[in-house]
Design a protein around this ligand. Structure first.
Ligand code: NDP
Length: 451
């Protein structure tokens, strides 16, 4: 663990006291503060006027009851959250997560990370995040609709195209965004397309938005490999998860000549040494909404195809690891295993998937490591492009949108690399991302006074 400057140590202690019992939030704040050691030495103005303390404190936190009726006519209660973290650069922007593990600390860590990520994109968007402890697994389509409608019945008074613009995240995809948009429209009597992103193409969605996070991580990781004269071509790749981010990571890596040999869900992982059949993954996950174990059953076990219940997908030897499921899914032990098996690069599709110990193992072993804050920013960047299309009542082609996404990811990569260099840590993308994101937000806050 890096020793913090005295001022930063005091700030972290206060954050931990004020947000007791929220370990993920403490972890995310600590990582950013570690990167600021050199910043406050070079730019002391950023430690003045409680700027760092203000950045660590959400502007607003909303917690609400979500009552709904299940298919057997039972009344159910969940808890809804929206943490509006920082609006220095634009309206709050960040996804909504439906997962039983959701609590205020998880949403706060995600909103904090989102603030810096959004700043890195260079687009006019602030940071926020929301969600519920609702578990969509096994729920019927009607139950999902009723839940989304109830969720938005409360949330609608806090969001808007100039206020706060949610999108999808774990457990929230195009179907859920559609139900939420429909209810928002009904409650407000406004077709306010820019209030949510990740919409269907027929009613204001953007082409390339579903692909954006996975594609974006692949562009970033490829640019990082390129700094060492390397590429995906002919490399073996392991991608955890089998949801939105994982699916389109597999797609783009394969287009670049990489061979993805494993993916997973929360029950276990599947290995296909011939290369994962993405069509089959989509069929299982998006059409049938089944478990990834089905992959091995449908393909037939043997000939390099097998399923492992539980266990760690990071035991599978690979050249490039792309964690794309959830926070803290890749531990120090996993990292040591990956290093022993010869991994050369790690590109984070998920938010904070590697534990601090895992990051340290990669950095000490000289493994190229791309933090999610930078590498998975393609999703929100394309959401901002969706907002642009909505504001101008326009709809761009897939090629045009993908080209913008690729240019944005290149820009983020170069910004992180140059900032790391400037602050004396060449090749350290964690430092580069944290410092570059922080400076943009901090500078805008300074110019807007003590608010
Ligand atoms: P999805 O719900 O589409 O997919 C999530 C995948 O991860 C599923 O395969 C799921 O398995 C698995 N997973 C979820 N929770 C756990 C867990 N606790 N343990 C093991 N596996 C788990 O979500 P996304 O693909 O959208 O999101 C994945 C990650 O990427 C998240 O960290 C998210 O915050 C991040 N992200 C997403 C963006 C987007 O545009 N969607 C943008 C930027 C970051 P199962 O089905 O069994 O739950």
């Amino acid at each position: 663990m890096v020793q913090l400057h005295e001022t930063l140590e005091t700030i972290l202690a206060e954050v931990m006291r004020r947000n007791a019992g929220e370990p993920e939030f403490h972890q995310a704040v600590r990582e950013v503060l570690e990167s600021l050691n050199t910043v406050i030495a070079k730019r002391p103005e950023y430690a003045e006027e409680a700027l760092i303390e203000r950045i660590c404190e959400p502007e607003r936190q909303i917690i609400f009851r979500v009552p709904w009726i299940d298919d057997s006519n039972q009344v159910r209660i969940n808890r809804g959250f929206r943490v509006q973290f920082n609006s220095a650069l634009g309206p709050y922007k960040g996804g909504i997560r439906f997962h039983p593990s959701v609590n205020v600390g998880i949403i706060k860590f995600l909103g904090f990370e989102q603030t810096f990520k959004n700043a890195l994109t260079g687009m006019p968007i602030g940071g926020g995040k929301g969600g519920s402890d609702f578990d969509p697994k096994g729920r019927s389509d009607r139950e999902i609709m009723r839940f989304c409608q109830s969720f938005v019945t409360e949330l609608h008074r806090h969001i808007g195209e100039y206020t706060d613009v949610p999108a999808g995240d774990i457990g929230v995809g195009g179907r859920e965004i559609g139900y939420m948009f429909g209810q928002y429209k009904r409650l407000t009597n406004r077709f306010e397309a820019g209030v949510l992103t990740g919409k269907g193409l027929l009613y204001g969605g953007s082409r390339a938005r579903p692909e954006a996070t996975g594609y974006g991580n692949t562009y970033f990781t490829r640019a990082m490999l390129g700094t060492k004269g390397l590429d995906f071509d002919g490399r073996t790749v392991v991608v955890s998860g089998s949801g939105n981010v994982a699916t389109y990571t597999i797609d783009k890596v394969t287009q670049y000549g990489g061979k993805v040999i494993a993916c997973s869900d929360s029950n276990g992982y599947v290995v296909d040494e011939n290369g994962i059949d993405l069509g089959l993954v989509k069929e299982i996950k998006q059409a049938r909404r089944q478990r990834i174990a089905e992959y091995a059953r449908l393909k037939g076990e043997g000939k390099g195809v097998y399923y492992v219940a539980g266990g760690s997908i990071w035991d599978v030897p690979c050249d490039v690891a792309m964690p794309s499921a959830t926070q803290n899914e890749l531990t120090g032990k996993d990292a040591r295993k990956l290093v022993a098996n010869g991994v050369i690069a790690v590109g984070e599709g998920a938010n904070m998937p590697c534990t601090p110990e895992a990051i340290s193992v990669f950095q000490h072993a000289g493994v190229l490591y791309a933090p999610g804050k930078a590498a998975n920013a393609g999703g929100v960047a394309t959401s901002a492009l969706e907002m642009q299309q909505n504001a101008s009542r326009d709809s761009w082609s897939f090629e045009q949108t993908e080209a913008r996404l690729a240019a944005i990811m290149r820009g983020i990569h170069d910004l992180c690399a140059e900032t790391a260099e400037e602050y004396g840590a060449p090749g350290n993308y964690v430092m580069g991302a944290n410092i570059a994101g922080f400076v943009r937000v901090a500078e805008a806050m300074r110019q807007q006074g003590v608010i």
